[in-house]
Design a protein around this ligand. Sequence first.
Ligand code: ATP
Ligand code: MG
Ligand code: MG
Ligand code: MG
Length: 564
Amino acid sequence: MRQQKMLIPTLRNVGEEAQMASHRWMLRAGMIRQMAAGVYSYLPLAYRSLRKVEQIVREEMDRIGAQELLLPALTTAELWQETGRWDTYGAELVKLHDRHEREFLLGPTHEEVITHLVRNEVNSYKKLPIALYQIQTKFRDERRPRSGLLRGREFLMKDAYSFHGDHETLDATYQDMYNAYQRIFTRLGLDFRAVEADSGAMGGSENHEFMVLSESGEDTLVMCNACDYAANLETAYVGEKQEQTIDRKEVPPMEKVATPGASSIQAVSQFLDKQPTELVKSLLFIADEQPVLVLLRGDHEANEVKVKQVMEARHCELADDETVQRVTGAPIGFVGPVGLGDEVTILADHGVKRLQDPVLGANEKDAHFIHALPERDFRVDRYGDLRTVVEGDACPRCDGTFRFARGIEVGHVFKLGTRYSDDMGATFLNPQGKEESLIMGCYGIGISRVLAAIVEQQHDEHGIIWPSAVAPFQVHLIAVNVKDEAQVKLADSLYEKLTGMGIQVLYDDRPDRAGAKFKDADLIGIPLRVIVGKKAAEGTIEYKLRRTGESGELNSDELTSQLT
Ligand code: ATP
Ligand code: MG
Ligand code: MG
Ligand code: MG
């Protein structure tokens, strides 16, 4: 491609709102432009790389026998009502209706749609197991879509689903997927780690997340320095402490309580009025040695103020970590933010699982619940700032100790079991002619997030450093001075030759200053730069590797023979 004609609107600066390195560099390299929060256009350079990521994923899925299809993004509400997720999925769900007022949604994930398809088309064990996948735009109305492609509200995902008649084949497919993911992220040139992950409300059992190691990641990973144990901090093994002490059957059903005001603190104070109260550790109340978890919406600071007010009114004291430990069995973190009907995100540590009677609600009058039981009534899927596990803790599996790292979740593999097939009546006939629920697995990769994760990991102070597998072009050919006939002649002929060899070349034929061209080249980050300058008349070019900065001179014929 001739750069003069290509749409690569590089920028010298970007605004403060672009905080993440990948967001900044992709804006500056003229790769993406924002249309609305979390909604982006992929310009030609980015789209070339995106398709390469997609292709690597596709090849590895095909290799393990998964079949590609394409499901509708526009989905009827009815399917999601069958599994209950129309109501429980939360505010991330993009709902809409057609001209007849029929309700629809834009798919954030496709368990319902694929299960619907398979329950109609696959009825016998003879067709099992089967693995299907698609690469498609997903929609999630994320709360904080501020990180460029890392967290979009519209983003590209590869989602695969497998259906089985028995657990053995599920285990085998899960392992195939796991191995395929290892190959994919290796081919993509990423420094990554597969970690044990929490099963949350997906209803599944075993699952792993694939994490790109990066300081800017939102997840905290716990890794043993001696063995291969690695987990998301949410699930990290904490020994005895992790035991469930709640007798789930004894927790009464979740009950809505009338509250005078919008705040959860008010709801909790009212609820606790009936009981002796001690206020423990930021937002954890202990009533009668019964921990009460408070889920709050809104910014933490405002909530802290409210807590202080309640404390003063009640002459409570903040308990220290030790007291919290004694009462709850684990240190407790902060919890928030929650809206009525939201997917509840808990930012506490494992102790949360021992808590009974959390109060949860929206920032509205009369919109609070008591007796909310984690996993029964809401989803526990994330723990945050305070940690049960700390760096240096002993690993439960060997003599090693834990260290922490930050990670970006790029993939997730999951054994779902019959969570969806039970609800949706997706069954098959086993060899004995008996009807059984299909056993399922699901496997996602955030294709567009991967692109950003690569940049997050591979850049320097001048711009992006693309690994060759996904670079938008392989060679950046630069004619330093397009007024110089010899330079243009040699550059033109190299362009023809390399392109003819099947090499993807971006040819900077712009009449700009050399300095500006080199700056752009650093920014865009194509692995090999070929510079046609002053020595063009002798047939000599200069090359430079973007990653190492290594450079040298070559005869143009040497160059082409080295590239074959
Ligand atoms: P996160 O914890 O980051 O919100 P998730 O666990 O909700 O992600 P999954 O439901 O597991 O995401 O979806 C599969 C994959 O899709 C994720 O591993 C991630 O790579 C990608 N993904 C999820 N949400 C987004 C998003 N908002 N923007 C881009 N990619 C995303
Ligand atoms: Mg999410
Ligand atoms: Mg996640
Ligand atoms: Mg996930």
